[in-house]
Design a protein around this ligand. Structure first.
Ligand code: MRU
Length: 364
């Protein structure tokens, strides 16, 4: 019997370690890495061992908890912690150090707001706690809580979103917004799995997602754990398949949704949205509320991560372009809200006008 996506546990927080499925090794081998230090987690986020907006938020929360444990140990060993800081209490010094490491964690990837959201949530707990020991314990619990809430949110948004997927439809998805990109089940791919589980006889088109191939490597691997039929296409085939009527709708995830409903997501998403609109195909965006950033009113203010040229100039370890040429490797793009048919969250489905409806849902 095939497994369902809920069996995939990309991040396990044990209270003293973070166990990650190393996503750079998929689909060829399923390997986990055990991280015990916040710097290791920062590297794992930067190197895409863990990736996907909710997943990097969760990894970031675990990194804050690990950093707190380390600073706590140093506090016991070294009396005082910092010779220049006699006027500060141990708790204040602990908080200063943890805030500084948390800022490094926060900055490890800039586009997905979930990372900033999760670290801010951990910092809030730190400021609420009145001793170092209590802070460490509460941060451990908070990391577990964030994981639990993410799975619950994904199941809920997948339930809402599956209502939008018609029977016998062919759904196109981009990048990987599945269990691997979250604590479990997934967002866009979660909707596809839930629609399938509800008895809708659907099929999936997966875009390769150049240059890092999250679609070819990760989404296809996740769907291979299910009975859902899927077909891999090169990114540039999507518009043509929409024109020929082979695609019923597009469902993607998001890295950040601004107050007006603009969407940051994997590079290529904007092109898919334009092609979907040109062919009268619904274009849906699935994300938990933790991806909504009401502090920014439009997508042009979202920082877009630029990644190393080598991701574009080599394929599977082989050089695929001249060495030394100029490369622009934007990892994300912005899809303007007018191309988005609906945003699907754990609280339900939001449509235009997004500038009113997103805020109302976040504050409900
Ligand atoms: O660079 P990545 O792989 O982290 O990019 C991931 C995406 O763009 C996903 O679509 C997005 O984070 C949503 S994941 C639920």
């Amino acid at each position: 019997m095939k497994k369902n996506g809920r069996d995939i546990k990309p991040i396990v927080w044990t209270g003293s370690t973070v166990e990650l499925i190393d996503q750079t090794k998929l689909p060829n081998s399923l390997e986990t890495v055990t991280l015990t230090d916040s710097n290791q987690v920062i590297s794992a986020i930067k190197n895409l061992k863990v990736r996907g907006a909710p997943a990097i938020g969760i990894a970031g929360a675990c990194a804050v908890a690990l950093a707190a444990q380390k600073i706590q140990k140093e506090t016991v060993k070294n009396q005082p912690i910092d010779n220049n800081s006699h006027s500060l209490t141990k708790l204040e010094i602990f908080r200063q150090k943890l805030t500084s490491i948390s800022n490094q964690i926060r900055q490890s990837r800039p586009t997905a707001i979930n990372l900033d959201w999760a670290v801010t949530r951990m910092m809030f707990i730190m400021h609420q706690s009145d001793s170092i020991n209590t802070t460490v314990l509460k941060l451990n619990d908070e990391a577990s809580q964030i994981i639990k809430e993410d799975i619950t949110a994904n199941l809920s948004l997948s339930h809402h979103g599956s209502a939008l997927i018609e029977k016998n439809s062919a759904v196109l998805t981009h990048c990987n917004a599945g269990a691997l990109a979250t604590a479990g089940h997934g967002t866009a791919l979660g909707i596809i799995k839930s629609a399938w589980a509800s008895g809708k006889n659907i099929s999936v088109f997966i875009t390769e997602t150049r240059p890092v191939l999250q679609g070819a490597r990760l989404t296809s691997w996740e769907l291979s754990q299910t009975d859902i039929p899927y077909t891999l296409i090169v990114d540039s085939a999507a518009a043509s398949l929409m024109y020929s009527g082979e695609i019923s709708c597009v469902v993607v995830g998001a890295d950040r949704i601004t107050a007006n409903g603009d969407i940051a997501n994997k590079i290529g998403t904007y092109g898919l949205a334009i092609a979907a609109r040109a062919n009268n195909i619904p274009f849906y965006v699935a994300a938990p509320l933790s991806t909504i950033d009401l502090s920014i009113n439009s997508g042009d203010k979202i920082p877009i991560e630029h990644r190393p040229a080598a991701e574009v100039t080599s394929l599977l370890g082989y050089s695929s372009a001249l060495t030394g040429l100029t490369v622009q490797n934007m990892a994300f793009d912005i899809t303007p809200n007018h191309l988005v048919s609906a945003v699907i969250t754990e609280l339900g489905i939001i449509r235009q006008p997004y500038n009113l409806n997103l805020e109302a849902m976040v504050n409900s």
